[in-house]
Ligand binder design. Structure first.
Ligand code: ABN
Length: 172
């Protein structure tokens, strides 16, 4: 036990002889300031057009974007909204066209709802017509060539969104 005591006594004396209170405060202060600055260091932040989720890939303003596989309309992403939200001043249609698209990142199929945004004249940019699974208009239940704003307060069509509803489960 004496050996133990002597060891700590000697260590404490050595520290006391070789350091000052001011030096100690400086070291503690430096540590605190340095620690606070670590979150401010530059990190690779998501650039414009980068995936919003790690399981997502592609550019939502491009017609090739995986969620648009069955879309027919102007992409809201190019019209002041996003791929799944309406631009300000428009309302989302309560009735929609549903598609099933393959997410290239996880290799799974997702049910996508193509809600139209209504209440402003047509956006006119990023027309995208992929039409996967679309049938002629006379098959009304199977056609995406429909103005879904007919079910909204205003029937004026502006653009189309692509809202992921969930995973698609296919019959074996
Ligand atoms: N669902 C898009 C759309 C809107 C108006 C007319 C045809 C298709």
């Amino acid at each position: 036990m004496k050996l133990f005591d002597r060891f700590f006594e000697n260590s404490a004396r050595r520290i006391a002889q070789t350091s000052s209170r001011r030096g100690m405060l400086k070291a503690i202060g430096g540590g605190l300031v340095g620690g606070a600055l670590i979150p401010l260091l530059p990190v690779a932040r998501a650039a414009d057009g980068a995936p919003k989720h790690p399981q997502d890939a592609g550019d939502p303003s491009s017609c090739d974007y995986w969620r648009y596989c069955a879309v027919d309309g102007f992409l809201c992403e190019c019209c002041g909204g996003t791929y799944n939200t309406c631009p300000p001043g428009t309302q989302m249609s309560p009735i929609t066209w549903i598609g099933t698209c393959l997410n290239p990142i996880d290799g799974r199929k997702y049910v996508i709802s193509y809600n139209d945004c209504c209440g402003k004249t047509q956006c006119g940019t990023c027309l995208c017509q992929r039409d996967e699974g679309d049938r002629p208009l006379y098959r009304a239940d199977k056609s995406n060539d429909v103005n879904w704003c007919l079910g909204a307060d205003s029937s004026i069509y502006h653009c189309s969104t692509a809202v992921v509803i969930g995973l698609a489960f296919e019959k074996e």
